[in-house]
Design a protein around this ligand. Structure first.
Ligand code: PMP
Length: 362
């Protein structure tokens, strides 16, 4: 049996190491996972109550079109329900966009380095990924525009960018949108936008009103703390959303996911709390990195990319032995690690572990 030639060399996704595996393998009782940008405060208690209520209905298929959640979310963002689509995480929206819009040989433009699922799904559809180096950690939109041509179907802009955590400003993104041809779908992946408090950050919904070739990607996995329930969404022009709907699996989001997201959306207090704690966490970590003589990219999401001035993989492994799981292995940033911002207590433990590790690997 032969798989499609374009997937033969495709890597299998490597998630951050699970906490339980590390505990077992290293005989540790406490392990902190800061590798997947999860919410250290869990999710809203209202979402937990909604999940408990749904336990009664496990034998019944979910509403594939997620009508109630769609209506609530449309109202929340002041858009029409036909502009909204849900996926099993925004990962699935990325997959569906590629499935709906790419033919073999089509080109898509993205940053190097950015969220790997864009290239992954483009490759599966036999498309071509044009990767444009980041400039000081942010998308070089000028150079990206230069790579757009008649074969370009999609441009991916990850804002804040994963793994660097940096942002492109409203002026930069708007400049790009005003220049890029209207036939190109511009994906603005805003998985971490709820954390951003920089006033220069673009309002994606406003951009969408002015530039209808934009689709926004958002998720309930990060600030809403529902990563395991796999709920992400796209907001775009009705015909774009319809095309994505046409390739959607019939029941792609679960009952529990829909119910939890609906409840989580109402709990503004939880979101404000998480945003505020994250802000304090970034300030604490930045101060600590400075004291350690390390340089970090300006962080706007719930993670920080810091240059540890040693092979990132070595630092990753040494931290792992101390029960701290971070992310290394970033091709363009071999001496950096990406660390999720956690609670104050956990952040302090991470800095203590990192301080020790930096002395070990001088
Ligand atoms: N986009 C970005 C930039 C991400 O970092 C992530 C999660 N790592 C996703 C999309 C996908 O998130 P989810 O599928 O959990 O919604």
């Amino acid at each position: 049996m032969q798989p499609k030639p374009n997937i033969v060399h495709l890597p299998v996704y490597q998630p951050g190491k699970p906490v339980e595996d590390v505990k077992r393998e290293l005989g540790l009782t406490e392990v902190i996972k800061l590798a997947s940008n999860e919410n250290p405060y869990g999710c809203s208690p209202k979402a937990k109550e909604a999940i408990a209520r749904e336990l009664e209905n496990m034998s019944i298929y979910p509403d594939g079109a997620a009508v109630e959640l769609t209506n609530a979310l449309a109202k929340h963002h002041a858009v029409n329900p036909d502009q909204v689509i849900f996926g099993a995480g925004s990962d699935e929206i990325i997959l569906m966009i590629c499935r709906a819009f790419l033919q073999p040989g089509d080109e898509t433009v993205m940053a190097d380095q950015t969220f790997p699922q864009y290239k992954h799904n483009v490759t599966i559809e036999n498309g071509k990924s044009i990767e444009v180096p980041l400039k000081e950690g942010t998308h070089d939109l000028y150079s990206m525009l230069e790579r757009v041509n008649e074969k370009t179907k999609i441009v991916w802009i990850c804002n804040p960018n994963n793994p660097t955590g940096t942002i492109n400003t409203a002026d930069e993104v708007e400049w790009f949108l005003s220049k890029v041809p209207g036939h190109v779908l511009v994906v603005l992946d805003e998985a971490y936008c709820e954390y951003v408090d920089d006033p220069s950050f673009p309002d994606g919904l406003k951009l969408l009103q002015k530039y209808p070739n934009v689709i926004l990607l958002r998720t309930f996995s990060k600030i809403y703390g529902l990563a395991s329930l796999r709920i992400g969404y796209g907001i775009g022009r009705p015909d774009v959303i319809r095309s994505i709907n046409q390739v959607r699996e019939p029941f792609n989001t679960s009952r529990m996911g829909q119910a939890a997201a609906l409840a989580a959306l109402q709990d503004e207090a939880f979101i404000s709390f998480c945003r505020e704690e994250n802000r304090k966490g970034i300030a604490f970590l930045n101060r600590a990195f400075e004291e350690l003589g390390l340089k970090a990219f300006p962080a706007h999401g719930n993670f920080i990319m810091v240059d540890v001035q040693r092979p990132g993989q070595d630092v990753f492994e040494a931290l792992l032995r101390k029960g701290v799981i971070v992310r290394a292995g970033h091709q363009r940033y071999p001496t950096s690690v990406r660390i999720t911002v956690c609670s104050q207590e956990q952040n302090e433990k991470v800095i203590a572990a990192l301080t020790a590790v930096l002395q070990e690997i001088a």
